[in-house]
Design a protein around this ligand. Structure first.
Ligand SMILES: [Mg+2]
Length: 122
């Protein structure tokens, strides 16, 4: 499964641009930012309403428009994901971790930040 590729196929059919170079500000990136906000708000409302079906729909819609944003900006999402994954996994030391009261897994001494600039090829 490749979510970014699926959305890319949809965008090509819909005559939307798939950026070949990094390009943050264009008409299409503004559209996708608006869609991300819209889908987030729908999902948050469904969560407040305790509507599981709509939450699931909203989560998929969010991934969809986020992939659309990546395609519009020219971001290879897998590369960014791998970098963020490595960073998050560095929160575990020999299988041990620290959690705060809310259940969030905290950053130990050995944690390293994701190098997004490098992952973008900048
Ligand atoms: Mg929706």
């Amino acid at each position: 499964m490749n979510y970014q590729k699926d959305v890319s196929n949809f965008m090509i059919l819909g005559e939307q641009k798939i950026a070949s170079d990094l390009n943050l500000k264009n008409e299409q990136t503004q559209l996708y930012m608006n869609l991300i906000k819209e889908e987030f708000e729908e999902t948050a409302k469904a969560f407040d309403d305790e509507d599981l079906v709509e939450v699931a729909d909203g989560l998929a819609d969010m991934v969809w428009v986020i992939m659309g944003m990546c395609n519009s900006v020219g971001i290879d999402f897998d590369k960014i994901w791998e970098e963020v994954k490595s960073s998050n996994m560095s929160k575990f030391v020999d299988g041990k971790f620290i959690k705060n009261d809310a259940g969030k897994i905290m950053k130990p001494e050995t944690y390293f930040k994701p190098n997004i600039k490098k992952a973008l090829g900048l």
